[in-house]
Design a protein around this ligand. Structure first.
Ligand SMILES: O=C(O)CCC(=O)C(=O)O
Ligand SMILES: [Fe+2]
Length: 309
């Protein structure tokens, strides 16, 4: 089973800014799950103190996702919080991404992830992915801020890709350590659907490659922690560079089945006011479907990253 916990177990931090009183205490605690930390006592309407910002950066490096509850931010405050950790992600002009114009470019800094009004992603299930994986310089991390949530469904699950790599047997590690993987842009595939209407999980020689594309290491090294990451998602069209498809289809299927094991996962049940900040370099996230009659409104900000190595 996937781990679903809101309650922290380990207190990793219990300190206050220098001016703090007892009521201004804040803490960062591990969730009782294979990844995730819960931050309490921080009101992110105010700029973070240096110690708080550093504690969140450390928690992200070590636990891959950081959860803040009970926040109430306007867009400027939300952007200020996100920019504490980096620049907002903008794709190249010819690379379409979520909420950009159909052919790329003009991507809003704040994306409304919502099944109502002018939002994107509707109410359906989403397979596990890392935001902007298919771009030349993928995102370092994303934030989601919950404004309205359904009573049932619409949970988001994160997968710990560092733990997934560590748990591979040594023969598999040896086999994949130096492979390069192209993850084709699913927004391009929507613009150029196959005659069959199928969204392939692996590009076979009979399928013309989508362009532009970029190869990244299948096993990347995390730029902050140095840990090895199995940088592969659940269902996007991929291709291992320079190895016949016939061999790699089975390999990729096996790796995908491996990383989707619930022992690597944390599922978040959203409450209004939650902000989750996650590392796109070390995690995947997926979402369960929910009743379209219910409203679900979140706002996403993605940060720019660096070329995977
Ligand atoms: O709606 C969700 O829970 C996740 C949506 C998503 O994948 C994203 O905003 O990047
Ligand atoms: Fe996403």
């Amino acid at each position: 089973m996937t781990t679903t916990f809101a309650e922290p177990i380990t207190r990793t931090r219990n300190t206050s800014p220098s001016t703090a009183t007892a009521t201004q205490g804040w803490a960062v605690q591990d969730l009782a799950a294979p990844l995730g930390a819960l931050v309490t006592g921080i009101d992110s309407r105010q700029p973070l103190h240096a110690e708080q910002a550093l504690a969140l950066k450390r928690a992200l490096r070590d636990r891959h996702i950081v959860v803040l509850r009970g926040q109430q931010l306007d867009d400027a405050q939300y952007l200020r919080l996100a920019r504490t950790f980096g620049d907002v992600f903008h794709p190249p002009a010819d690379v379409p991404v979520l909420a950009s114009d159909p052919y790329g470019g003009n991507t809003p800094a704040i994306v409304k992830v919502s099944n109502v009004d002018d939002g994107v992603l509707g109410h359906h299930e989403l397979s596990a992915h890392s935001d902007h994986h298919w771009t030349p310089v993928p995102s370092s991390g994303s934030f989601l801020y919950a404004l309205e949530v359904p009573r049932v469904g619409g949970e988001t699950t994160w997968v710990n890709l560092a733990a997934a790599y560590d748990a591979l047997d040594s023969a598999t590690k040896h086999e994949i350590d130096d492979l390069q993987l192209i993850t084709y842009n699913p927004f391009l595939r929507r613009l150029k659907p196959l005659a069959s209407g199928v969204f392939p999980h692996y590009r076979t020689p009979d399928i013309e490659p989508l362009t532009p594309f970029e190869a990244h290491p299948l096993v990347r090294t995390h730029p902050d922690s140095g840990r090895k990451i199995l940088f592969l998602d659940e269902a996007t069209e991929v291709e291992v560079v320079g190895v016949p498809a016939a061999h790699c289809i089975a390999l990729i299927e096996r790796l995908r089945a491996h990383l989707l094991q619930p022992r690597f996962a944390y599922t978040h049940r959203w409450q209004v006011g939650d902000i989750v900040y996650w590392d796109n370099q070390a995690t995947l996230h997926s979402r369960t479907a929910f009743d379209p009659v219910e409203r679900r409104v979140l706002k996403r900000i993605s940060l720019s990253g660096s070329r995977p190595f």
